[in-house]
Write a protein that binds this ligand. Structure first.
Ligand SMILES: Cc1ncc(COP(=O)(O)O)c(C=O)c1O
Length: 364
């Protein structure tokens, strides 16, 4: 927000100081190959489309009704899949909304929040919105997380596993040991990419009441456009989260997202196939990037972070952009000379490899 505009006096003063999160570029130009926001190249289970079409054909009039306020039918199916109780599941309008509600419910006015120096850049934006003081902890030289670096005085901790931007995962055992040793700190594990690592902290919510786990339908289930996020935790915490949600928006999940998400959860075989394909393409893509001279971090997510020893990341990003390929570059961070590239289809990966090869051969 700019203070130069005289109307800035009408705002909550905090709003004038916000630094909003800037998402990766979206485009309607289908000529672009989008490898910049970690969307799933294969989309959702075909059952999702069938369910939405059936819903609109058979009960279009349902759209005049409000959706289920607590998304009970969806929470029930999620709870069954994870072998937990319905009251240990909360759903919201994308995990960004779930994160915002968690920051407000569990982090605000409760001391300092701690997160890694390099992570999902939405965290500092939400913290500023709710005036949550935060500190960041250093990564190791190889960019992996070390929970020994967390500020001992912090009241709460959040980090993605695998970590955003790097794709590096911590073993669940290490997270469990940290959660167990810090019973007075509230710890949130953001598992946006955990399905691509086939490892999750969700079962731990039964054992530890200081742990919440957040997941999304945007990545592994290919449904970023429908906006569905989940929070798993002890029923007391989940109940509190519901109170906050009901003080803000009673109906975060619309009727179409609700039925679509249920269908997605029920199509386990599509989900498994989708994840396997992405993991397989990831291994291929990492190897091929290395053959071109790139250094690639060991990714457990649906993206890789790579740097070239000679050509600057900014130059490569611009060259790819000219060739209608979008990737993510993070200037002014410790990975300013790295590119984050989403795992697309094998064809997408071959295309980007060809374009990168062209640029590298120009420089030689
Ligand atoms: C680590 C992490 N958490 C959460 C999200 C938000 O996902 P969504 O709001 O689409 O559920 C993202 C999106 O890129 C992410 O990278």
């Amino acid at each position: 927000m700019t203070r130069k505009n005289p109307n800035h006096i009408f705002f909550n003063p905090n709003v004038n100081t916000l630094k909003p999160y800037v998402p990766g570029q979206q485009t309607n130009d289908t000529e672009y190959v989008k490898l910049n926001t970690n969307e799933n190249p294969f989309g959702p289970s075909p059952r999702v489309k069938e369910t939405i079409i059936q819903f609109l054909e058979n009960s279009e009039s349902q759209l005049r009704l409000y959706p289920e306020p607590e998304s009970d039918s969806l929470r029930k199916v999620i709870a069954q899949k994870f072998s937990i109780r319905d009251d240990e599941v909360f759903v919201g309008n994308g995990s960004d909304e779930v994160l915002s509600l968690c920051f407000l419910s569990f982090f605000a006015e409760r001391g300092t929040l701690s997160f890694p120096e390099l992570t999902y850049s939405f965290y500092p934006s939400i913290a500023k919105l709710f005036k949550i003081p935060f500190s960041t902890f250093k990564l190791k030289k190889d960019f992996s997380l070390d929970l020994n670096f967390v500020d001992q005085k912090s009241a709460s901790i959040i980090f993605p596993n695998p970590n955003a931007v790097t794709g590096i995962a911590l073993p669940v055992k290490k997270i469990e040991s940290f959660v167990c040793k810090n019973p007075n700190k509230l710890i949130i594990i953001d598992e946006a990419y955990a399905d691509f690592n086939r490892a999750s902290c969700v079962p731990l919510i039964k054992k530890y009441s200081n742990l919440l786990v957040i997941q999304t339908f945007s990545k592994s289930r290919g449904m970023a456009g429908l906006r569905i996020g989940i929070c798993f935790g002890n029923s007391y915490l989940i109940n509190g989260l519901r109170s906050v949600k009901n003080s803000f928006n009673s109906y975060p999940i619309d009727s179409l997202a609700n039925i679509a998400a249920i269908s997605a959860i029920q199509d386990e075989s599509w989900f498994e196939k989708n994840i396997s394909m992405i993991i397989e393409i990831r291994s291929y893509f990492m190897l091929e990037l290395e053959k071109l001279g790139f250094k690639v971090l060991p990714s457990s997510a649906n993206f890789v972070l790579a740097t070239h020893p000679v050509i600057k990341a900014k130059v490569l990003r611009e060259y790819l952009n000219l060739n209608k390929i979008l990737v993510r570059h993070f200037p002014n961070t410790i990975v300013s000379n790295w590119l984050r590239i989403t795992i697309g289809t094998r064809e997408n990966c071959n295309l980007i490899l060809t374009v990168l090869k062209q640029k590298i051969s120009e420089v030689k």
